[in-house]
Design a binder for this molecule. Structure first.
Ligand SMILES: [Zn+2]
Length: 74
């Protein structure tokens, strides 16, 4: 198992595993940061998503909470 790099990533909006070299569709609203993710990027589990007036947070049962302020990127 030495040379196996298992960095699994999942599409936060579709829950599909991200395959290198394969185009990963992200909804337009999601790309703008308007749409909260529904799946954990680390494990692909469906997260508990809560939208609030100032953003959103989403909770993975294994990886905890992430929110719109912490994951901000432009
Ligand atoms: Zn997770």
């Amino acid at each position: 198992m030495a040379d196996v790099d298992v960095t699994e990533r999942y599409n936060a909006y579709t829950g599909l595993r991200i395959v290198p070299g394969v185009d990963d569709p992200v909804p337009a609203a999601a790309a703008l940061g308007l749409e909260p993710p529904r799946f954990c990027e680390d494990c692909g589990r469906r997260m508990i998503v809560q939208v609030s007036p100032d953003g959103w947070w989403a909770k993975c049962s294994r990886h905890g909470v992430r929110d719109s302020t912490a994951g901000e990127r432009r």
